[in-house]
Structures are given as structure tokens and as C-alpha cells.
Ligand binder design. Structure first.
Ligand SMILES: [Ca+2]
Length: 426
């Protein structure tokens, strides 16, 4: 019997997303301004704070008075395409990022309020494109962590909040002579919804990442989903988690994926678009579009273990070795001993056996070959046959006792006649 059918097709090339997800500069802001990729920033007064995963020193808190971090010079200066991503949390206002030609004491320098929370609590920001109208977002000073992404290509730029598109500007961006950049402050002279002078941020900042790429909506959503749960994706999709899918392994569950999947193993679930699957092992479930399946194996086809969460079935393509098996079964044949049970006569049974070559109610060789043996059902059937056999034996015992009585009666008569004959002969 084989019930293992794996829907799978083979393709020869493994596709990867256009977005490499490898930042060209990265500051985890774990209580300091040290870089994970690129050069360290310089801390000016900001202190360790709890991040969005409850790590008590995983972020940086800024006082809104004079705290800021100076980033390495020219970290994104004149670079296109380019993307900046940073997390913030505030109940107040202030500059998340800014860049300028002079130090943050020189108000007369060229300057841009690159990302800031305005007096109204709304998000604003952009790269410089020759006017001071920023891209304007919603109110965000709700005390929750948010991710903001500002991405530009050769021409325009787009702003995203928590993976969702906020707005764009289509004019070409350029950075004049503004090679200095900061987080925790921005010079916002003449910018809307903000004071003149330096606008210091009051709240927490975390995970500043920069990419030498322009990000699409799909890329930004991807980035947000990966960062919100705190998994850093490295080495081409080795670890992937979002609110729905979890996968560990090189190219596991990528680039195609559905939702509600849990996958472990290199290429496990690779290019699989199904939902609700649990795949374990090298290439298990790759290229398939199955859903609600449990597969454990080694290789793309014929998993050793195959379960179906919807049909509630569980199969092992091989021998099962165990100490005990309990089968849940609810049609045990006690009914054989009820007075209404129609037991075939032995003569009828003999006729049936002559015609069918197997006991009534017991599957034939052909049926077993086609469907396999249902352990619970077969045990019940065998018991039913034993019970019927018991009934036949009881019946035979009764017939036997009747015969004994008849035999004794006949013996009595025989002795009586023998006695009579003896008397006649005397
Ligand atoms: Ca951090």
C-alpha cells in the first residue's frame, strides 16, 4: 500500500530576491554608537535603554536637550541609490536624523531635517532635493516602537513607516556639501512643524541600517517583517521569521512562501508557496505547492514521515519499531453474543467458504493487497470470528450432550431387551 504522493516539480535554478539585505553600514545602538558594519559613531550623552525585545541595554535613549550621535562623515553623502532604516520610540518630538555641512552648533550651515517627529507628533523627512517641503507622515509619538525607511534611487525618494508606504518625492536628490550626519538631532530652521535651530529628539532609537540599494515596497515590507521580530538575516536566507513563517536553513522557504509554515533544513520548502506546512530535512518540501503537510525526510521526494494536519493522517514510509501501539476503536464485536445476532449455520458457512475461499466479513487477499490492513478493524474482525467459533462450539456441545442422552437411553433399552431375551431362552 502506498499513500505517499508528494506534489513536486524540479527546477534547475534557485532564484533569490533582488534585495541582498546586507547593510553597507549598521549600528545596533546597543547602549552605544559602535558599528556592526562600517565605522563607529560618536556618542554625545545618549544612554542605554530597553529595546523592542526587552533587552534593557539594546537601544539608546536621547534626552531631547543635547544628546546626539555623530555618524562617520560621508556615510551616505552623494550615494545613490541608498536606503536608511531606523527604529524609534517617543511620546514627544525631535530630530531622528539630520545632515549638514557644519557641526550641530553651527546654525548657519547647510542642513536637512532628514527624519524628524514634528511638534504635532507627525513623522517628516527626506533627502535634500532643493526645497524644504518634506514627505509628511502620520502621527507617531504614541510611545510604541516604529521603523522608518527612507530610500532613494537616481531620481526621487520614498518614505515608509512600519513597512507601509507613506509618500514620495520625484525630484532629484543631492547632498550639496553636507557630509556630516547625526542621529538624535536635526537642524530644522525653516522646516515645517518644527522649531528653528537644533531639534533634539526625546525618546529611544535603535538599529540604524544603511543599504547601497533602492528598496521597493516589497523589499521594505520584507525588511520590516524581518526586523520586527529581531532576526538578522545573514548568509542568503539562512534564518527567516515573520509573524507567520519561520524557517532556518540556506534558502529554506525562499524566495516563494505562503503563510503559517515552519521549516528547518537547507532548501527545505524552497520555492514552496503552500500554507500551514511543517518541513524538516534537506530539500524536504522543496518546489511543492502542498499545504497543511508534515514532512520529515532527506531529499526532495518520498519523505519518511508524511502527515496531513487537515485529514488528521500520519504515515511512515517504512517499518515502525516501537514497544506498544494503542489503537482507538469503537466498534468492538460484543454484538456477536446478543440474542439477535444472526449466526450462519455451519452448512451455510461451508457453502460460503466453497464459493469465496475466505471467511464472511474478512477481507480477501485482493482487498488487503489494495487497501492494506486496518489494525483496529482487523483485530475486531478476528475477535468476531473467534466469538462465532465459540457459539458454534457451544452449539456442538449441546448436540453432543443430546447424543449422549440418546445413546444412554438406547443402551438402557438394549440391556432391557437382552434381559428379556435371556429370560425367554431359559
Ligand atoms: Ca539595538
Amino acid at each position: 500500500m502506498r499513500r505517499f504522493t508528494l506534489l513536486a516539480t524540479l527546477i534547475s535554478s534557485f532564484l533569490v530576491s533582488a534585495f541582498s539585505q546586507d547593510p553597507v553600514a549598521s549600528w545596533p545602538l546597543d547602549g552605544d554608537a559602535m558599528a556592526e558594519v562600517g565605522d563607529d559613531g560618536t556618542l554625545h550623552g545618549a544612554v542605554p535603554a530597553t529595546d523592542r525585545y526587552n533587552n534593557p541595554t539594546g537601544a539608546l535613549a536621547f534626552d531631547g536637550i543635547d544628546d546626539y550621535v555623530r555618524l562617520p562623515d560621508s556615510v551616505f553623502y552623494q550615494k545613490k541609490p541608498f536606503t536608511i532604516s531606523i527604529w524609534f520610540k517617543t511620546t514627544n518630538e525631535g530630530g531622528i536624523m539630520g545632515y549638514s555641512s557644519g557641526p550641530p552648533t553651527n546654525i548657519s550651515a547647510n542642513h536637512v531635517g532628514q527624519l524628524y517627529i514634528g511638534n504635532s507628533g507627525a513623522l517628516h523627512g527626506k533627502y535634500w532635493d532643493n526645497v524644504t517641503d518634506p514627505i509628511n507622515g502620520p502621527v507617531v509619538n504614541d510611545g510604541q516602537w516604529h521603523q522608518v525607511v527612507l530610500t532613494r534611487d537616481i531620481q526621487g525618494q520614498d518614505l515608509y513607516l512600519d513597512g507601509t508606504y507613506v509618500g514620495s518625492r520625484s525630484a532629484a536628490t543631492f547632498d550639496l556639501n553636507m557630509a556630516r550626519s547625526y542621529i538624535g538631532t536635526a537642524l530644522t530652521d525653516n522646516w515645517i512643524d518644527s522649531p528653528d535651530g537644533f531639534f533634539y529628539f526625546e525618546g529611544c532609537l535603535d538599529d540604524l541600517n544603511m543599504y547601497n540599494e533602492y528598496l521597493t515596497q516589497e523589499d521594505v515590507t520584507d525588511l520590516y517583517q524581518r526586523e520586527i521580530i529581531g532576526i538578522v538575516v545573514q548568509d542568503s536566507f539562512c534564518i527567516y521569521c515573520d509573524a507567520s513563517n519561520t524557517s532556518v536553513g540556506f534558502n529554506a522557504l525562499s524566495p516563494e512562501r505562503g503563510y503559517g509554515n515552519t521549516v528547518i533544513g537547507a532548501f527545505a520548502g524552497h520555492n514552496s508557496s503552500g500554507t500551514g506546512n511543517v518541513f524538516m530535512g534537506h530539500k524536504v518540501g522543496a518546489q511543492s505547492d502542498v499545504s497543511n503537510q508534515l514532512m520529515i525526510g532527506n531529499g526532495e521526494f518520498s519523505p519518511l514521515v508524511l502527515g496531513d494536519f487537515e485529514a488528521r493522517t500520519f504515515g511512515v514510509d517504512g517499518e515502525i519499531i516501537t514497544r506498544e501501539i494503542t489503537v482507538d476503536y469503537d466498534n468492538w464485536p460484543d454484538y456477536v453474543f446478543s440474542p439477535n445476532y444472526e449466526l450462519l449455520s455451519l452448512r451455510e458457512l461451508e457453502k460460503f467458504l466453497d464459493e469465496n475461499h475466505h471467511l464472511p466479513g474478512v477481507p480477501s487477499q485482493d482487498e488487503i493487497h489494495a487497501d492494506g490492513i486496518n489494525l483496529g478493524e482487523m483485530d475486531a474482525t478476528l475477535l468476531q470470528k473467534i466469538e462465532e467459533l465459540t457459539l458454534y462450539m457451544i452449539e456442538l456441545r449441546k448436540e453432543n450432550e443430546d447424543l449422549k442422552i440418546q445413546h444412554q437411553e438406547m443402551q438402557g433399552r438394549y440391556h432391557e431387551m437382552e434381559e428379556r431375551l435371556r429370560k425367554l431362552e431359559e
